[in-house]
Design a protein around this ligand. Sequence first.
Ligand SMILES: [Zn+2]
Length: 389
Amino acid sequence: MQKRKKILLSILAAAVLIPPTGSLVGLTIRRFWRIYHPNQPLAMPPSTPMERLNPLSRGPASFLFPSPAQRDSYPDHCQNIYNLVCQKQGVTHDPTGTVSSDVDGERQALHIYRELIEQYKDYPGSDEQKVDLIAEALVQHIFNPKQRGRILSAYHWVMQAIERFFERQPDTVFTPLEKHQIKSVLKRTRLEIPPPANVYADEPDLLTKNEVYYERTVEEKMRLRVGGAYIFIAKSWFNLVFTLAHELAHSIDPCEMRSIRLSFPAYDRLTACFLQNGMIKTFKIRKECGQNDQLAETFADWIAVEVTAEALATFSTEFRGPQVINAARNSVRDLCDQDDDDELDMFLHPSPRIRIEKIFGSNSKIRNLLGCHPTLFKPSECSFKGETE
Ligand SMILES: [Zn+2]
């Protein structure tokens, strides 16, 4: 029996054996996707925004010690973007949709799987034929033309947004040759989504998993894949944009570039800024791009925030204030929790507070969209030039 069939049959068995309310924790999570727990207990941040203010770069001294009037003139959420995103209970609706928990998504995918197994149980043919038919019927249902179109359009929008972001950089930051090299690598990444089901023949359980990931295969093929359960979860276009942007950014992250022997001074300046501002955790011995190094993840988040800021700004002309805030929440709300049982998640990803407060919450465009003051309560922001503010 081929390996693929064995795996598919084990999925079928699992689909039948696992009760609908069974625990779906302990799922393999690669690169990005995070489980969202709305009731996550909140801890105090490592330092208050006021403590992080740098008097030499923060403009008027009054912002160091804002008067009550100054505080009152900006929304409370500007003081703690992490709380804005993670403290809100229940489902958040933005004009494009919602974001559910990944457990919900996997339940829905498995529910459809079980129904298909029932439907095909008396079908004449071998078990292997049934497995193929069921997998094909599953992907036709989940990756239907509407959903495929939604993912493809978000993917192309994100690809172009990343290209625009690099194009906007001055030639003193990236030379025309460097921009060309980065864009060439970016464009080599292909989005792989079913149907047919055999697109994921080497990883068939992805059809019911809540994973979105980028990978470079041993044949040097660069691809981005989307698990079936994710389709049920990310109804919000902004979550889709952040997720795809994060994964696509991995194709050009400093570690991927290093693996193809490309390096850029601008990447080095950005990395230095990440380290200086605690956006990369420095373990006792840090080996850049080595095991447990967070550089690639922080870079991918940072690019994804830039892309998301552009997406939010584009739609802010037609959305009203609270809608923009909800869209911003939905873009990153799955970053709120960290899976303590997942070593990859624990060591490779910065903590949720760093990801949301320091990477997302320091972005000037995001803060502007959230109605925050350009400098007041703003964590240090990194750029390809180094620290900007
Ligand atoms: Zn990642």
